[in-house]
Ligand binder design. Structure first.
Ligand code: UD1
Ligand code: CA
Length: 454
């Protein structure tokens, strides 16, 4: 199997090589390789050229063989570079494109089910064939060649059946055909498509298959097409989830960039983004415009709008957000509430604890049934090192408290609002550090001094 991926993609206007442009946060080439691998090829060769270092650096899997095409002299020339990396016995050579990322394995399976000595093209009948190579058939309907748009006459240009570029060829014949290609055409390139006429001349039957879905063979040449394919891909992902029972309020406004597994009765509101590995247990709901990345949300957890949950394990029946941020290393027990503008990092919160408003909890161990008042800050960083804050069970922390770590608040302690806590707050006592309130009866407000008139 060979993936052609040497092209530059000028119309992307990007420093990123075309095949590294992302669909669902993965390079297009990664999608193609994933599809290819599902077919268990004997060899998987990537023809690369433009952005060589960047492309190689992205793919380090050792099942890949790399064929460098220094100058892009056409698809036929590209495939020629791959030949030395294929075993001479390879009976079928399937050619894929690195910029056609949505091909489905089932379509390729159908191509592969043809007898090995045939040449099989993936063709498609389209409304607007502009830019594609046209499929030439004889009166009997058999394929006799492919004409590139730039070489086609007016009649040929009217043909609506086009070459998707995906081709399956008998390996033993391929070497001979490629060596017979020339660049005597409008673009001065070695066209892989010319192999078709050579095959016909050699008495090889050329057959065709169509993609299972009309969008499968769409290629990406610019950012408009990149966005279109992204949405097609996302629609497929959303459909899979809905068929598993997930409620998606607006499938056109869901983005999946990884693997998600959902229990029963999961609801995803508009604008949700799920990234990396995400597990949503039964009854989880994720509110509008929230992002969940590499996290597990326990049964019945509710994430309210505009929240960001990253690298966290959220307990069952939690209420998170709106506007909450859980950073990596956050773990919560059941029935925890995290409200607006609360940031938690590398911390655990025991069951039924609450931090409902405007707090930062970092590098902390928080017990069960703790109430963290509005504006509480764990001062975990002394400018050089990070330190832990330990809060026991049944603690009440008054609003606007700073806990200067390392520090411990023992079980059942109450911290008065506005305190700065620097040493252990003992169990079951009220601790507060606050300037005593005073009033000055004789005090008068300053009066505005009249400016002298000029
Ligand atoms: C090719 C086909 C055309 C088909 C169209 C479908 C040829 C001659 N024409 O045209 O019939 O309708 O695809 O999109 O094959 N590549 C290399 N090295 C090269 C040239 C291309 O690796 O020297 C790679 C590109 O990165 C790309 C693929 O081959 O992945 C196709 O190249 P592209 O230039 O897009 O081919 P088209 O001219 O569009
Ligand atoms: Ca193209």
């Amino acid at each position: 199997m060979v993936v052609l991926a040497a092209g530059q993609g000028k119309r992307m206007h990007s420093r990123l090589p075309k095949v590294l442009q992302p669909i669902a946060a993965q390079p297009m080439l990664a999608h193609v390789l994933a599809t290819a691998r599902q077919l268990k090829p004997e060899a998987l060769v990537v023809v690369y050229g433009h952005g060589a270092d960047a492309v190689r650096a992205q793919f380090t899997e050792n099942d890949l063989r790399w064929a460098f095409q220094e100058e892009q002299k056409g698809t036929g020339h590209a495939l020629l570079q791959a030949l030395n990396h294929l075993s001479a016995q390879e009976s079928k050579v399937l050619v894929l494109y690195g910029d056609v990322p949505l091909l489905q394995p089932a379509t390729l399976q159908r191509m592969l089910s043809h007898p090995a000595e045939r040449l099989v093209l993936l063709t498609q009948t389209v409304q607007n064939p502009k830019g594609y190579g046209r499929i030439l058939r004889n009166d009997a309907g058999s394929i006799v060649g492919i004409r590139e748009e730039k070489d086609a006459d007016d009649r040929e240009k009217e043909i609506l059946e086009v070459n998707t570029g995906i081709m399956l060829m008998p390996g033993q014949r391929l070497r001979g055909w490629l060596s017979r290609l020339n660049c005597d055409n409008a673009q001065g390139e070695y066209y892989l498509t010319d192999v078709v006429a050579l095959a016909v001349g050699d008495g090889v039957t050329v057959e065709s298959e169509e993609p299972g879905y009309p969008w499968e063979a769409l290629g990406v040449n610019d950012k408009v097409q990149l966005a279109q394919l992204e949405r097609i891909h996302q629609a497929c992902e959303a459909e899979k989830l809905m068929k598993e029972g997930v409620t998606i309020i607006d499938p056109e406004r869901l983005t999946l960039r990884g693997k998600v597994s959902c229990g029963r009765d999961v609801t995803l509101d508009v604008g949700v983004i799920l990234e990396g590995t995400v597990v949503l247990e039964d009854g989880v709901s994720v509110g509008a415009y929230s992002i969940v990345r590499n996290s597990r949300l326990g049964c019945g957890a509710e994430v309210h709008p505009y929240s960001m949950i990253d690298g966290s394990v959220v307990g069952q029946d939690n209420r998170i957000g709106p506007y909450a941020r859980l950073r990596p290393g956050t773990e919560t027990g059941h029935s925890v509430h995290v409200g607006n503008y609360v940031e938690i990092k590398n911390s655990s919160m025991g069951e039924q604890s609450k931090a409902n408003h405007l707090s930062y909890i970092g590098d902390s161990t928080v017990g069960c049934r703790v109430n963290i008042g509005a504006g509480t800050i764990t001062c975990n960083y002394d400018g050089v090192n990070k330190h832990r804050t330990v809060i026991g069970n049944d603690v009440f922390i008054g609003s606007d408290t700073q806990l200067i770590a390392p520090v411990t608040v023992e079980d059942g302690a109450t911290i008065g609002a506005g305190s700065t806590i620097v040493t252990t707050a003992p169990a079951h006592q009220l601790t507060l550090s606050r300037v005593r309130q005073t009033s000055i009866p004789a005090w008068r407000r300053p009066r505005k001094i009249d400016k002298p008139k000029s």
